[in-house]
Design a binder for this molecule. Structure first.
Ligand SMILES: Cc1cc2nc3c(=O)[nH]c(=O)nc-3n(C[C@H](O)[C@H](O)[C@H](O)COP(=O)(O)OP(=O)(O)OC[C@H]3O[C@@H](n4cnc5c(N)ncnc54)[C@H](O)[C@@H]3O)c2cc1C
Length: 423
């Protein structure tokens, strides 16, 4: 027996699952196809810059993240609660006035929406914060544009704020996402900071992986077939355990379970090295001009100096979809950047372009919270994206809950003295 529980995949779900199994006094073994842990959360180091593989953020409100991560050790750097929105020829600041009440006068005159729209934000906020998460995911589901229109929001605020901001979260330009997914994300923005770890997003999985006992993580080993009591690797090795947990991304999970692959949404992320940042402050910049390829832009080095070498700045530009020709897209991106920031853009150097076609599954409908741990066989369990909505919260929560469930099931199978806790 190689372990009590084999966990397939070392993303956040797999790491959280294995750590829970370990805490329950059993021996986990994570088998990961790639040569690093972290799954979709990765940070590359290039010429002294930290490049997160695709723009993503940690929402400090996420209940599972608050419970399982050491935020102080991550040295989190928060974004401004709001955004800078490009409308026509100018940038306008939008603020979450519950978190920045002093900005109320500025918000009331901001061109992102009418006064009536801004008052309606109260209603939306009250609705999105009502009840617990089970409650939220049990609400009748509708497309988010229908929810917003039903609450009386004008097309102007949808085009100038909701679409650029939230479509960028889901990589879905028309915000064709379930109202449940939208309200979950709205709640996260409302109740906590949106932040980056000072040394890059990969610090999140690295922190979890560092808590695993030695030799509990095997990298560079792809699982080809699952069984209740173990896995078959691509190199022909068979690993045996008392239970198996599938913790891969949705596409890989579907292949291993013989199911239909989920529809996914992609994003393309450009990184540029600049002699200086085009603006000051920890802002997310949104494109509400109605034209051009850019969805959003930020300078991670404005949040944490670790993101760029001394005397330089890092600019991150995000575009919907991942099918474009990167060079042609860069030309269009630079054209728009020049309109926004002038000639300084000419000297920006492209550091990298990340094309991520399967960044997230489509969340158009049927979005539900997991109701207990999911099994695909007597001792074959599923967590992560095949069992829960995508997000850092749900990856951690479903991994942790599945770790508890599988440990309990194994203990029930073998009554006797409980093994001592390994970590
Ligand atoms: C660009 C981008 C932006 C995002 N933005 C946010 C955000 O701002 N906030 C947020 O909450 N979430 C965001 N997300 C989503 C979030 O990152 C994911 O939901 C979460 O990291 C998924 O974790 P996971 O463990 O379920 O899956 P993954 O991270 O996909 O991990 C699965 C692991 O399984 C491994 N694997 C696959 N097949 C096999 C196999 N056959 N054998 C062995 N191993 C295998 C993979 O290599 C991978 O390491 C974003 C994602 C992306 C890509």
């Amino acid at each position: 027996m190689d372990a009590d529980v084999i966990v397939v995949g070392a993303g956040l779900a797999g790491l959280a699952c294995a750590l829970r199994v370990q805490r329950e006094g059993l021996r986990p073994l994570i088998v990961e196809a790639e040569t690093r842990a972290g799954g979709r959360i990765a940070t590359d180091v290039r010429d002294g810059f930290l490049l997160d593989r695709g723009f993503q953020v940690l929402q400090t409100w996420y209940p599972a993240a608050a419970r399982l991560l050491d935020y102080a050790a991550l040295d989190l750097r928060p974004f401004y609660p709001g955004a800078l929105v490009r409308i026509g020829e100018d940038f306008h600041r939008v603020s979450d006035i519950w978190r920045r009440p002093a900005q109320l006068p500025e918000m009331l005159v901001s061109p992102v929406g009418s006064l009536a729209d801004k008052l309606k934000l109260w209603r939306l906020r009250r609705r999105a914060l009502l009840g617990d998460l089970t409650d939220l995911y049990n609400r009748p589901e509708q497309p988010t544009p229908a929810l917003l229109a039903g609450l009386g929001f004008s097309e102007r605020i949808q085009a100038r704020f909701f679409r650029p901001f939230f479509a960028g979260v889901f990589f879905e330009p028309e915000l064709n996402v379930s109202s449940r997914a939208f309200e979950f994300v709205f709640r996260a923005f409302a109740l906590g900071d949106t932040a980056l770890p000072a040394r890059g997003m990969e610090q999140i999985p690295l922190q979890l992986a560092s808590r695993l006992a030695p030799a509990r993580l095997r990298l560079g080993q792809r699982v080809e077939r699952l069984e209740d009591d173990g896995v078959h690797l691509a190199d022909g090795t068979r690993l045996r355990a008392r239970a198996t947990v599938l913790a891969t991304d949705g596409t890989a999970a579907a292949a291993l379970l013989g199911r239909e692959a989920p529809d996914t949404r992609g994003t393309t992320c450009f990184y540029f090295a600049a002699p200086e940042a085009p603006f000051e402050g920890p802002y997310l910049v949104l494109n509400a001009t109605g034209g051009g390829p850019i969805n959003s832009l930020l300078c991670p080095s404005n949040l944490s100096a670790h993101y760029a070498p001394a005397g330089q700045a890092l600019v991150c530009v995000n575009v919907f979809g991942a099918r474009h020709n990167p060079d042609a897209l860069e030309t269009a991106v630079r054209r728009q950047l020049r309109e926004w920031y002038g000639a300084q853009v000419e000297v920006w150097e492209r550091l990298a372009v990340y094309r991520l076609p399967a960044a997230l599954p489509l969340q158009a409908s049927g979005v539900t919270a997991p109701r207990g741990a999911l099994r695909a066989g007597e001792q074959l369990w599923i967590c992560g994206e095949a069992a829960a909505p995508p997000s850092i919260h749900w990856a951690l929560a479903s991994g942790d809950d599945t770790g508890t469930a599988v440990s309990r099931a194994l203990r029930a199978d073998s009554p006797g003295p409980r093994p001592h806790t390994a970590a």
